[in-house]
Design a protein around this ligand. Structure first.
Ligand code: UD2
Ligand code: MN
Length: 371
């Protein structure tokens, strides 16, 4: 009788190293198991420490309260909405609310309209986190004239009561107006070369935003918004606008069929959006979100813009076209209604209860280096 193949004469004792008592090949099995256990413990320990420190979104932080969590940990916990105790506010309803507008996207991101949120409740949730919000604004060439109103009105309406760092990119630092800022708010100036093409100034913002995030903002800012300078704040822009990736619906096209959106339509461009595609038409003049998300957006749009340039293509609305392509694939987790970027020349539509931020009327021929 022969044993089945593979079992002939083999047992634990006859395998090199696999012996219960002393082995001629070195460590006993007991020792090996022990060292393996110690090694595994070490690996698990190091892995746990790494996750604890970096807090990827899928890792549940074991720390209980908001106040004793360092900032880096709070960063990825935007969905842990801890409300202050004893805060009185209007009872919410799931049957009564705005019925003249849509307040949620098909991918279930909120669309922020006046009347859909309670400011005091949201501020109460975000205040204990001691977050800092960065804003970038470019004032190159003649656009420096818009900066004063932008900064003064931001002081009155943009994240009032929160830490706000405004980064002004300009080619004329000595022309930056003095605007008194409240405690916790500050202005920083960054140099940027002038250009004789407005398209270049507008589009290069993506690159400069990417570099700013990489070199300056990594550890001291949670959220960032990137805004056009030729605009003013007229109403509250606050914590209701915070989210992972945040886009603003353009005031000029939101009632139109998508076939009329001014997406880039040449398939050779990396900003291409095919007919029948696209959710909304978003503004290039205002977008934002968590630092990490905006970094990814800026980096991608910059790369795609440069790839297009190598082929001699410039998308019809420069970085706005690339942003729209990006948002089609990477859906924003919060969509802001056109209340968040209106245009002064447009009469207010009835569904727009309040204009919070709006582009001023300007004479393109007079202010752009190339009109
Ligand atoms: C409201 C809105 O969504 N506006 C977008 C729209 O046109 P706009 O007509 O609003 O573009 P724009 O002339 O305001 O240029 C965009 C921004 O670039 C900066 N700038 C521009 C020219 C210049 O000489 N100096 C200077 O500083 C400035 O911050 C300005 O706000 O399409 C542009 C496409 O490129 C941008 O996507 C804008 O954000
Ligand atoms: Mn503008």
């Amino acid at each position: 009788m022969t044993a089945p193949l593979g079992h002939q004469g083999i047992n634990a004792r006859s395998l090199p190293g696999l012996s219960w008592s002393g082995s001629p090949y070195g460590m006993s099995l007991n020792h090996k198991i022990l060292s393996l256990a110690v090694l595994m413990g070490l690996v698990i320990g190091v892995l746990y420490y790494y996750l604890y420190m970096h807090q990827p979104f899928w890792f549940q932080c074991p720390v209980k309260t908001t106040s004793d969590r360092p900032k880096s940990m709070i960063r990825y916990h935007e969905f842990r909405l801890v409300a202050p105790e004893n805060l009185a506010y209007k009872q919410p309803s799931i049957v009564h609310g705005r019925s003249d507008v849509v307040t949620v996207t098909p991918w279930l991101a909120p669309i922020v309209w006046e009347g859909t949120f309670q400011p005091a409740l949201l501020d109460g949730i975000f205040k204990p986190r001691n977050i800092t919000i960065a804003a970038t604004v470019f004032a190159v060439g003649k656009y420096i004239r818009f900066l004063k109103d932008f900064l003064e009105t931001a002081e009155q309406h943009f994240f009032v009561g929160f830490n706000v760092h405004i980064y002004v990119f300009t080619d004329q630092q000595d022309q930056v107006p003095y605007v008194k800022m409240a405690a916790g708010r500050k202005l920083e100036l960054c140099s940027v070369p002038s250009s004789n093409r407005w398209q270049e100034i507008s589009a290069r913002r993506m690159e400069l935003i990417q570099v700013l995030i990489e070199e300056k903002l990594q550890n001291n800012v949670e959220y960032i918004f990137c805004l056009d300078v030729d605009s003013k704040f007229h109403g509250r822009w606050g914590t209701e606008s915070l989210g992972g990736l945040v886009a603003v619906v353009h005031p000029g096209y939101y009632r139109d069929d998508r076939s009329r959106f001014p997406y880039e339509r040449r398939p050779q461009s990396r900003a291409y959006v095919a007919p029948g595609e696209g959710d909304f038409y978003y503004c290039g003049g205002a977008f934002g979100g968590l630092l990490k998300e905006v970094h990814q957006l800026a980096k991608t749009c910059r790369t795609n813009f440069e790839e297009d340039a190598k082929k001699g293509i410039e998308a019809n609305w420069q970085e706005e076209s690339h942003l729209n392509r990006y948002m089609w694939i990477n859906k924003p987790s919060k969509v802001l209604s056109p209340e968040y970027l209106w245009q002064d020349f447009k009469p207010r539509n009835p569904e727009v209860g309040i204009i919070r931020f709006s582009g001023v009327i300007k004479n393109y021929a007079e202010i752009r280096p190339n009109a």
